[in-house]
Design a protein. Structure first.
Length: 292
């Protein structure tokens, strides 16, 4: 596998700070990985785990969410290993187990004993796996458009994971992600395309989910028996018109998880936190703010 040289990642970090790149936050070594993360607010820790789109970062995924949640909680949003401005070690094995190890490493490095977790798509699968493997470290879960169950690979997810860099291809992906086409324009496509071709970014991304891709849906999934064992309070949120992770995934999670509730947004794709930003954060603040 190709990786971003660690020295180069540090150079990007300082260049990003100097240029005012909002995707650049703070840095910490987590599970041996030099990690870029954002932190805002005080109070009960809430960890935000992003999705797996090309060129994604924690900031790109959660830019509308963090300021609002930061008024109520201590919000921490890391770039998961292999994504954003976190290091991409040469030869690193990208797997559910190693991503969970990275999440726990972030918590350890920042002195967080226990946190609620909000997971988007791929991040939802990791949130479930973290709660299963480290139940003492995880409180409530918010799973938005979450993977983590066994479902048939959608054409949309196949396109996301099979992305090859071009502005045209990025525009096609943005059309898949969003139900509201007014959110998608050539400028956004150009920005996300440029993010996807930073040195090392596409190399690591293309190594994560090579075809045939159904196996990676299954690799991120936890078994029905495991999911049934979750004692956590869980808020499931999904866009009805999601073309990436089908609504059936959240419906199945709602069937399996004893303490689950499901909110479905109509006229919404895979970007609930963007297309219904105010309503999304209101739901989350209410859910995570209730007394335990």
């Amino acid at each position: 596998m190709c990786g971003l040289d660690p020295d180069l990642s540090i150079i990007y970090f300082f260049e990003g700070v100097m240029m005012g790149n909002p995707e650049i936050g703070s840095r910490v070594v987590a599970a041996g990985i030099d990690t870029n993360y954002h932190s805002v607010g005080e109070g009960n820790p809430v960890l935000l785990i992003h999705g797996s789109g090309p060129g994604v970062s924690a900031y790109a995924n959660w830019r509308l969410t963090m300021p609002v949640l930061g008024k109520h909680f201590r919000v921490v949003a890391p770039d998961m290993v292999g994504f954003g401005f976190t290091d991409r070690p040469a030869g690193y094995v990208y797997s559910k187990e190693n991503w969970v190890r990275h999440i726990i490493g972030v918590m350890d490095a920042l002195g967080i004993e226990r946190a609620d977790i909000i997971g988007n798509s791929f991040g939802g699968a990791l949130a479930i796996a973290t709660a299963l493997e480290h139940p003492e470290r995880v409180g409530r879960l918010v799973l938005m458009g979450a993977a983590g169950t066994h479902f048939e690979l959608t054409p949309g997810l196949d396109a996301v994971w099979g992305y090859t860099p071009s502005i045209e291809n990025m525009r096609k992906l943005l059309d898949i992600f969003a139900y509201d086409r007014s959110l998608v324009n050539d400028e956004l496509a150009k920005l996300r395309y440029e993010a996807s071709i930073r040195p090392g970014f596409q190399e690591s991304f293309s190594s994560m989910f090579p075809a045939p891709r159904q196996r990676w849906v299954d690799a991120l999934a936890s078994s029905d028996e495991q999911i049934r064992s979750l004692p956590n309070d869980v808020l499931l949120i999904h866009g009805r018109e999601d073309q990436v992770v089908p609504l059936v995934s959240s419906l199945r999670l709602c069937e399996l998880i004893r303490r689950a509730q499901l909110h479905v947004f109509g006229c919404c794709g895979h970007w609930v936190q963007i297309e219904w930003a105010d309503e999304f954060t209101e739901l989350v603040v209410d859910f995570l703010g209730r007394p335990v």
